[in-house]
Ligand binder design. Structure first.
Ligand code: GLC
Length: 570
């Protein structure tokens, strides 16, 4: 049984606390810390929006910022406190915005800076903060910096990117491969040197060893904070630095989905210099009470822990992606993951889906009970100790809609990796608002097809159904905003030998919430002895429960995939 103290964040220095309380951050709808001194993001619920697919105000088939502005009341009523918008900067859209051509503007397909300001203002009215996506590792090959860099070996931006001679004629400088397939080096004929790109060839890596790059990037974050942004999600942070001597990576047995040899990314990922950059980005963020969320793919908890910084001076919110690797309803595996992340010295950040992952509806669903399982997963990760980052559409049980033919694929990884790798289009389809054509997302044919499930799984229909996935999400989110045990409480795993029912206690100052989740397809009973935790004299009182869940004394009965969230008293 693991028991953790409610809050083990580095305490804010009194001086800083005062600065944060008094700061009049343009983007702050409320103060940066609450009355009890919690930074604003700690109790917030975050929600990722893929802007191409959320709401299309000008009916061109692609979502836009005015579309997002028009949905602020939906987001607020759902219980969302901050939206993270995947990149909406000018971009040739090779990687759908993760190839940035100008870090300080908005792509015309999404609107302009005035629309951005309007969106921030609408967010402020509805108490929804705006977080942008920051892509520090690479730019688009169309960015003026790269255009200059490639123009000659003596160009002023030459050293802003990573250029090298080939090993021999026709041979790249080393064996590094791109995450998206093939060599990570492209020969540019103008100067007859190779440039490095850990992603697509159209996404050249910036050279973070050049202080000019660092300076302009830090200033860019400050520029957006002044414009009202409350933080950034930092893209692919582990890839910022490479071995300057360009040693080959060790080759492992087998090949990956793209057909490239498997490799250990020893010499082009996870350099300690990343942490220096994170500390600098954090210093700038602290000037505005802003939050930094990390796209932190880690293979173990020690690595995740390091992203908080030794003194809590790096990322406030490194996302725990190890949790997303538990791709089955396995209480023992979830217990292990939660206990590990609960043992870091920062505040946990839980995620079950995003624009790079098959939707949670499909990853956990068994094909028959997907709605019940979607509710179970919502009741689960939204009641853990930590901050959740939701993915748009998860709250209505949106499903993956993978392309069936190669010609339909938009995501380049799907084109290069077909048929084994179908790409990420399936999890990026338009938000399902109602039963109108195109699910109410747009009046025109959207950029990706709407899955057939929109007829039953959409905001309008589910709002009317008290038993829908959306209704369950709304109830759980409302509860977690007001219940102190859920907001602050420690996490204690219960009945750790039970292979079917995942259960835990959240407790704070004598108040407790018991969560019991039947992760199996058979009915289950679970008996709780909460006296060791100082609870249990009175019967648990259901706050949110699946239709057939019942409590008798200290025994909870749950139907297949049933759930119970109950108050327990001392
Ligand atoms: C991150 C993004 C992903 C993108 C990649 C390259 O992993 O989440 O969508 O393709 O970075 O920028």
């Amino acid at each position: 049984m693991s028991r953790r103290s409610p809050l083990r964040m580095p305490s804010l220095m009194p001086g800083l606390l005062l600065v944060l309380l008094c700061s009049s951050v343009a983007g702050a709808q409320t103060q940066s810390v609450d009355a009890k001194g919690h930074p604003w993001w700690q109790h917030a619920v975050f929600y990722e929006i893929y802007p191409r697919s959320f709401a299309d105000s000008n009916n061109d088939g692609v979502g836009d910022l005015e579309g997002i502005s028009s949905k602020m009341s939906y987001l607020h009523e759902l219980g969302v406190d901050a939206i993270w918008i995947a990149p909406c900067y000018p971009s040739p859209q090779v990687d759908f915005g993760y190839d940035v051509a100008d870090y300080r503007n908005i792509d015309p397909m999404y609107g302009n800076l005035a629309d951005f300001d309007h969106m921030v203002a609408e967010g402020r009215k509805h108490r929804v903060r705006v977080i942008l996506d920051f892509v520090p590792n690479h730019t688009s090959d169309q960015h003026p910096w790269f255009q200059d860099s490639k123009s000659s070996r003596t160009a002023s931006h030459r050293d802003w990117y990573i250029w090298r001679d080939g090993k021999a004629p026709g041979q790249p400088p080393n064996n590094w491969i791109s995450g998206f397939g093939g060599t990570a080096w492209t020969l540019d004929p103008t100067t007859n040197q190779y440039f490095y790109h850990i992603f697509y060839t159209q996404q050249p890596d910036l050279n973070w060893r050049n202080p000019a790059v660092e300076q302009v990037m830090l200033d860019t974050t400050r520029w957006w904070y002044k414009r009202g942004v409350s933080g950034f999600r930092l893209d692919a942070v582990d890839t910022l630095f490479e071995d300057p001597a360009l040693h080959d990576n060790p080759v492992l047995p087998g090949t990956n989905k793209q057909g490239d040899p498997n490799m250990q990314d020893k010499n082009n990922k996870n350099f300690p210099e990343v942490h220096e950059v994170l500390r600098k980005l954090r210093k700038v963020a602290d000037e505005s009470g802003a939050v930094l969320i990390g796209e932190t793919w880690t293979s173990n908890v020690a690595e995740l822990d390091r992203y908080y910084g030794e003194d809590g001076n790096e990322l406030q919110m490194p996302m725990d992606f190890m949790f997303t690797t538990v791709n089955k309803l396995s209480p023992p595996e979830f217990r292990r993951q939660i206990a590990a992340v609960d043992g870091t010295h920062g505040w946990p950040v839980f995620v079950i889906g995003n624009h790079d992952l098959v939707r949670s509806y499909n990853r956990y669903g068994d094909g028959k009970n997907n709605d019940a399982i979607a509710k179970l997963m919502g009741a689960f990760y939204l009641t853990l100790r930590g901050t959740p980052v939701m993915y748009y559409g998860e709250e209505i049980g949106m499903e993956n809609n993978d392309p069936t033919r190669k010609e339909e694929v938009k995501d380049p990884i799907g084109r290069t990796g077909w048929p084994e790798e179908k790409g990420r289009d399936g999890e990026r389809t338009p938000m399902q608002w109602n039963t109108a054509p195109n699910a109410g997302f747009s009046k025109r044919g959207p950029w990706l097809p709407v899955p057939p499930s929109y007829r039953t799984h959409n905001v309008a229909s589910e709002s009317k159904d008290t038993n829908s996935v959306l209704s369950l999400y709304r109830k759980v989110l409302a509860l977690r905003h007001t219940n102190e045990a859920l907001l602050e409480g420690s996490y204690t795993a219960l009945n750790e030998d039970d292979p079917n029912v995942m259960s835990y206690l959240r407790s704070y100052k004598g108040k407790g919430v018991l969560v019991a989740l039947n992760m199996s397809a058979a009915p289950q009973k679970a008996i709780f002895h909460l006296s060791q935790q100082g609870f249990g004299r009175a019967m648990p009182k259901a706050l949110i429960a699946s239709p057939a869940a019942s409590v008798k004394g200290n025994e909870v009965t749950l139907e297949p995939f049933g759930l119970l969230i109950a108050e327990v008293n001392q």
